[in-house]
Design a protein around this ligand. Structure first.
Ligand code: F6R
Length: 240
């Protein structure tokens, strides 16, 4: 695990953009693992505006989806991905995968796990929740977990209500489908964007304490190729 300290979200996004560019140039049929939320928005804008990148052979797998929201729902992660990225690049819609937020839970999870087995992820993008979650793997999730149904923490619902859902927590679904920690750890390379004061405590625990299921992101400490881009605010509590 490598920590690269940056000034702000802009610098983090530019640095991660360079990694995506290098990945897509060296392997045209890359499989990408993608995230939603506020952390990747600027990166997706940079990828959308790039004239030189070719996504025609690229496959993508998103980390998670709210359970109970259809793909057409404006707050679904499916909608988010088309709005922020897929509508602006030359990707084949048949090559994009977001877990379904509707349907039979067990078969949605089983199918996603099968697809991930058949399509190893070359480069996985991650953000981190203020409680240390990755994907929607909330504190307490086993490091061996694969795609599963999970109840969202109150803090996650509050954070996501603030940024999305017009501040209305009652609108934020209570459950989600998420890739498990083992699925994430199977990626060949991982890049993470961690910005803002609200992430400082979790980042400190991740880097300065023993890995624990209470902090899902700490599983990444044993990944062989994981780079974290964290800004000054997120790094503000680090002592080492
Ligand atoms: C989103 C996801 C989450 C977010 C995390 C940080 O697909 O998997 O783990 O990355 O909640 O969210 P933001 O970026 O909004 O701070």
């Amino acid at each position: 695990m490598q920590l690269i300290r940056v000034k702000n979200m802009e610098e983090a996004s530019q640095r991660v953009y360079e990694i995506f560019k290098e990945q897509l140039t060296s392997k045209k049929d890359s499989t990408l693992g993608l995230a939603t939320g506020s952390s990747p928005i600027r990166l997706y804008e940079l990828l959308s505006k790039s004239k030189s990148l070719d996504f025609s052979l690229v496959k993508t797998f998103n980390l998670d989806e709210y359970f109970g929201l259809s793909p057409e729902h404006p707050q679904s992660y499916h909608y988010f991905m088309f709005d922020h990225l897929f509508n602006h690049i030359n990707i084949d819609p048949g090559n994009v995968h977001v877990p379904s937020g509707v349907g039979d839970i067990q078969s949605v999870c089983d199918q996603y796990n099968e697809m991930l087995k058949d399509n190893p992820i070359d480069l996985q993008l991650l953000g981190m929740g203020g409680n240390g979650h990755i994907g929607f793997n909330e504190p307490g999730t086993s490091f061996d977990s694969v795609t599963h149904y999970i109840e969202l923490d109150q803090r996650t619902r509050q954070d996501n209500a603030r940024l999305f859902f017009d501040g209305n927590i009652d609108e934020v679904p209570t459950h989600a489908i998420t890739m498990g920690i083992a699925n994430i750890m199977a990626a060949k390379r991982i890049v993470m964007i961690i910005c803002g004061k609200s992430k400082a405590e979790a980042l400190k625990k991740m880097l300065e304490e023993e890995p624990s299921v209470q902090l899902p992101a700490s599983a990444l400490m044993s990944h062989p190729d994981c780079i974290i881009f964290a800004d000054d605010q997120a790094c503000s509590l680090l002592t080492k």
